[in-house]
Design a protein around this ligand. Structure first.
Ligand code: SAH
Length: 460
């Protein structure tokens, strides 16, 4: 991020616009919505600017910019649409101590003006660091459509209640109140006008003040295989509402960024053989935050019900008397077969599929090798890298053909995704250099290159 977004307090501060044509007018339209004291310096100001000056909405200096014109200005715009004049303006305004924006000149600008969705006092600023103005406009148009015009009304009325809402305990209880207002009570009353919104807010507050202090709640959420777009809508909603997010190491930063900004994010890491936090400590951590009244999201890679120690956590929550819900996610097996264009089950090939773990708490995990060694069997092997050579031995001992296909999918669904097509015979070698989380698909080869390519294009 080269440009850090801030909302600048402009009340009573000076802002200078140098230039009198279309570019200046466009900036002034925006600036006139603010409480800043505007000055325009222009040799040949357009009639629109002159009439704003006549109405007293800005001060007009009808000449070329001179040293001192931008004194005490927080920001200044060079808006001549003329590179030479803008260069002079940039030099003069900067010398006067203002931050300068040269219109349509990212390289020479010290700040840039974002695309703005205005639902005063709710203001949404969209920036692409100059990379894609068209995209910014598209996002703006979408937001304009999605955000009802009455949002401003809700925010204004809400602002008047902030002090009163302090009667609610800070944190989760207060947040629940505001969420209920903005999600339900406010929009319902908004059609009947400002007064109705105020009344709805007052009775909602009374209701919340009476309600018993609600204990916390824990959502056990599947984060999917890593691509944020593979999160469920429920998972996103839970992340938006969470007070505390306790996640495992499989969850990438791009997904954690979707959590509410004020949420406390805690990594409770577990890796196959590396240093990890004991499950009992993780259980205790979740319970502790739940008992504190927090909305906890226990965020796990893939699906929490697949090799996710889900039952232990649920038992701990039950023992503590906390409410909980499971929000399923897309498991690594689903993402991995998607990556190679295959099905987990297929008519005439396999009517069953196994989800295996390469190792469990006791070490390499024993399985029904004889059954798995039969032709046509398919298994998704989780945590199988270390155990690969051992599993290879077991399977061959029970009669599996060395040429049985085994596909390694590393980092399924992530930008670093890698697919290694191997056979049972070549599997241990195929795993050389596979460092990320990887799933072994026993009995499946990637669909032929041509078809896989087509699938990919569709997927993209
Ligand atoms: N609950 C998770 C599995 C946890 S066990 C799920 O449903 O996916 C951890 C193992 O999952 C890893 O060792 C790896 O085998 C597999 N895994 C998780 N995410 C993966 C990904 N993006 N790509 C490939 N394998 C993955």
């Amino acid at each position: 991020m080269n440009h850090f977004p801030v909302f600048l307090a402009l009340e009573g501060r000076r802002v200078l616009v140098a230039g009198g044509g279309d570019a200046a007018i466009a900036k002034l339209r925006l600036l006139l919505k603010t409480t800043a004291r505007l000055t325009v310096v222009a040799e040949d100001p357009a009639p629109e600017i002159q009439s704003w000056a006549a109405e007293g909405r800005l001060a007009l200096i009808p000449r070329a910019q001179e040293p001192g014109d931008a004194l005490c200005c927080v920001i200044a715009y060079a808006a001549h649409e003329d590179a030479a004049k803008d260069a002079v303006s940039l030099r003069l305004s900067a010398a006067d101590g203002a931050l300068v924006n040269v219109v349509d000149d990212l390289a020479n600008s010290q700040f840039i003006t974002p695309a703005i969705v205005d639902r005063d006092p709710v203001t949404i600023a969209i920036g692409t660091e100059g990379a894609a103005p068209v995209l910014a406009r598209k996002i703006k148009a979408e937001l304009e459509e999605r955000l009802p015009a009455r949002l401003g009304l809700l925010a204004r009325v809400g602002k008047g209640f902030r002090k009163m809402a302090e009667a609610l305990p800070m944190g989760a209880a207060r947040r629940r109140f505001w969420a209920a207002y903005y999600d339900h009570a406010g929009p319902r009353a908004a059609d009947q006008g400002e007064e109705a919104v105020g009344e709805a807010l007052a009775s909602l507050l009374a209701e919340h003040l009476q309600a018993d202090e609600r204990p916390g709640h824990v959502d056990l959420v599947g984060a999917g295989p890593g691509d944020p777009e593979l999160l469920t809508l429920k998972a996103r909603k839970a992340l938006h509402e969470a007070d505390v997010v306790i996640h495992d190491r499989l969850v990438p930063p791009a997904i954690l960024e979707l959590a509410r900004r004020e949420a406390t994010i805690i990594e409770a890491g577990k890796t196959g053989f590396g240093p990890s936090m004991a499950q009992a400590d993780i259980d205790a951590l979740i319970v502790e935050h739940g008992l504190n009244g927090a909305h906890v999201v226990r965020l796990k890679g893939g699906d929490p019900a697949v090799f996710g120690r889900l039952d232990e956590e649920i038992e701990a929550l039950d023992r503590a008397g906390l409410s909980w819900a499971v929000i399923p996610g897309i498991t690594a097996a689903s993402a991995s077969v998607a990556a190679i264009g295959q099905s987990l089950t297929k008519r005439g090939r396999n009517g069953a599929v196994r989800f295996l773990t390469g190792h469990d708490v006791k070490g390499f995990a024993d399985q029904d090798w004889r059954a798995l060694a039969r032709p046509g069997e398919v298994a998704a092997i989780y945590m199988g890298k270390r155990a690969a050579r051992w599993m290879q031995g077991r399977l061959m001992m029970h009669g599996a053909a060395p040429e049985t296909p085994v596909t390694v999918v590393e980092n399924a669904s992530r930008p670093e995704q890698r697919i290694v097509a191997a056979t049972l015979a070549t599997l241990p070698d195929a795993l050389n250099g596979v460092d990320g989380p990887a799933l072994l698909l026993h009995g499946l080869a990637p669909r032929a290159a041509q078809a896989a390519l087509a699938d990919r294009e569709i997927a993209l």
